[in-house]
Design a protein around this ligand. Structure first.
Ligand code: SF4
Length: 367
């Protein structure tokens, strides 16, 4: 699409949003639950294009951000052992636990290696047979199939020293939790495109069925995001509720059955803790008993007591869309990307990091 055509379509869609928002005659709040959407919305300057009564809020869409202190404390405790090598995505290094971070223990000599895929851990395990190699399995439905494939690959190769510290999370259950939270006010969801590639649209059918709310599966360019917002505004203004797919090039109703089967073969749903939200029923993944030999928590359990830190960080409220990052007293002062106090400032897809990088000085903090 040419830049001119893109501009023309964007103007048309903004006009639809303005017309329908006016017809609604009330404030409308739409939430995205995907860190890539958070960044895309900022990059495209979409907030500035919206009418006064349409507000975008970010939910728990960044996997690093929703990982609680208790998980980080466990990861750090494993990293401190001489017989363990930790493999992890780079984002996790700066995430604070209740007493330290992986970066800090790495500086003191812990063997922590950054990988770009969970499958890279298989090679590390094969090269270090006298060590326990523990992959920090953090992510949503999108990364769980690759983690599952890693465990299956280790089984096939007879690698007994490759383990997972599982913190995979599922998006639909946490949306239920948000919608049952009286502090959270939302009129519709921009549904996560990457997650829906795997899950399909069916797991989000509860939105109209149980909450009479619309949801639109969305890609990551400016025009598709505006198209989804036009549909959300229209449905909200007219009192309609449906799940629609505005990312049909890659998202099907049933998702990707091969990836889903991989996840289901290795993992089962369990209750899981989310930062700022607490325990959410059946919102996490734990390895099934058949793969328990690769679950480090069952092979080498640690008794770690996490004492919550006293801090002004409002990550928990930010992740529920209850406050904006700028409402945190530390935002842009004590907490900046190079010196993050909370995890929402650590990840490039963290809400606070996105507000800091793209929002500063643009006079859009009110939105
Ligand atoms: S700005 Fe920093 S301290 Fe404040 S909520 Fe975000 S991550 Fe936490």
């Amino acid at each position: 699409m040419s830049a001119q055509e893109e501009r023309r379509q964007a103007q048309e869609l903004v006009a639809v949003i303005e017309r329908e928002a006016k017809a609604a005659g009330r404030p409308l709040r739409f939430m995205e639950v995907c860190g890539t959407h958070t960044v895309s919305i900022f990059r495209a300057g979409i907030r500035q294009l919206l009418p006064e009564n349409v507000e975008l809020v970010s939910g728990p869409g960044c996997p690093v951000c929703v990982t609680p202190d208790s998980y980080m404390d466990k990861a750090i405790a494993y990293a401190e052992r001489d017989d363990v090598i930790i493999t992890t995505f780079g984002d996790m290094l700066k995430v604070p636990g209740s007493r330290s971070s992986l970066n800090e223990v790495r500086a003191k000599g812990a063997d922590i290696r950054i990988v770009y895929s969970p499958l890279d851990s298989v090679k590390v395990a094969a090269e270090n047979p006298d060590k326990k190699v523990v992959f920090l399995a953090v992510g949503f439905e999108t990364t769980a199939p690759t983690a599952a494939a890693t465990v299956i690959a280790a089984e096939k190769q007879g690698l007994k020293n490759l383990y997972m510290l599982s913190a995979h999370k599922l998006v639909p259950p946490v949306m239920h939790a948000l919608l049952n939270d009286p502090d959270v006010k939302v009129d519709g969801f921009i549904l996560p495109g990457h997650v829906c590639v795997i899950t399909g649209t069916k797991p989000f059918a509860f939105l109209p069925a149980q909450y009479h709310l619309p949801g639109v599966v969305t890609g990551f360019e400016a025009v598709p995001i505006l198209r989804s917002l036009a549909r959300l505004t229209t449905m909200a203004a007219r009192g309609e509720a449906a799940v629609e797919n505005e990312y049909p090039s890659v998202v099907r109703t049933d998702g990707n059955p091969v990836s889903r089967q991989l996840t289901e073969q290795v993992y089962e749903p369990v209750d899981a803790e989310w930062r700022g939200i607490g325990m959410v029923p059946k919102s996490g993944l734990r390895m099934r008993d058949a793969f328990a030999a690769h679950d480090i928590e069952r092979i080498l359990p640690l008794d770690i007591q996490t004492v919550p830190k006293k801090t002004a960080c409002r990550c928990g409220d930010v992740l529920r869309g209850v406050v904006k990052p700028v409402e945190c007293p530390l935002f842009g002062k004590a907490c900046i990307p190079t010196h993050a106090v909370g995890p929402c400032m650590v990840s490039v897809e963290g809400v606070c990091a996105a507000w800091y990088k793209y929002g500063r000085g643009r006079f859009i903090y009110g939105k």
